[in-house]
Design a protein around this ligand. Sequence first.
Ligand SMILES: O=C(CO)[C@H](O)[C@H](O)COP(=O)(O)O
Length: 314
Amino acid sequence: MLPRSLQINHFPRLLLPHRLQLPAHRSFASRTTSMPLYSQSNVSEKVIRPSYSAENLPPTFLVPLPAIEASKRLAAYTAVDQHVRPEHKVIGIGSGSTVPYLVERIVQQGKAVNKGRVFVPTGFQSKELIVSSGLTLGDIDQYPTIDVTLDGADEVDRLLNCIKGGGACHLREKVLAEAAKTFILVADYRKNVEFLGTNFEPGVPIEVVPFAYAKVLKNLHDVIGSPKASLRMAVRKAGPVVTDNGNFVIDAPFDREHMIEPFKTMAKIKMLTGVVEVGLFCHLAQVAYFGNEDGSVTIKKNDGSVEQLPSANQ
Ligand SMILES: O=C(CO)[C@H](O)[C@H](O)COP(=O)(O)O
């Protein structure tokens, strides 16, 4: 019999605002032993069990999720279990759809360890998650050195270069990645590619000051080699997307030639006056975790090595 603190139905549901909350069937914390496994969704679901078992964390049986969500959770939980240690006191929290699972797993490490920690967000979403999960918020200007930053990605290549900024947070994300002693990427299997630009069609997000956007667009079309670069427009607002920093975002698709050595492309874009930051992260991540459909986890390291954690179902 597990101690009460580790029993599966003992963990309170994360106190997240409604828009950030995982649906009940997606929350490990919300499962009770009497809840039917497929009770809250008509989506065809697949049981995915993680292949790891971290000490002092809740049991590894997880409530089933749609395959993509399950693979994100698997990657996030594995990354936290392997990289967020009790001695880590300043932790960077990135943005995107895997991040609620990262925070969920960190919360499961317990109040005692989290009491002595500060969490630095990369934007509005992660700030809300940190606060509503009862974790302590800090800012990068107070904590310019971070023990470990964990973040999602839009695509990650064989050398762990990645495209980020699908959520328009890449300026702050890059600052937290550079400030971190260890920078970890977490994603589902669709983001794991040989070369950037394979699956992520919108292209490289580029944050620009509003005053300069038309000039930068012209530079991208005529000089840098992205003839289809375009200003990112808001969906439920007339006009462009405005970042947390009050800037615009250009999405610039590039052909394979420009993505073989993404650092070179990034450097050229960064030289354009008016560009604030480029969503190409090169030579920053140490490890990337990808949850796979079959419940395995692919771990890619920056030395080019690849490890496969088999599914617990195999
Ligand atoms: O870089 C990001 C936001 O700027 C995100 O990490 C990236 O877009 C991945 O997000 P998602 O997991 O929602 O696809």
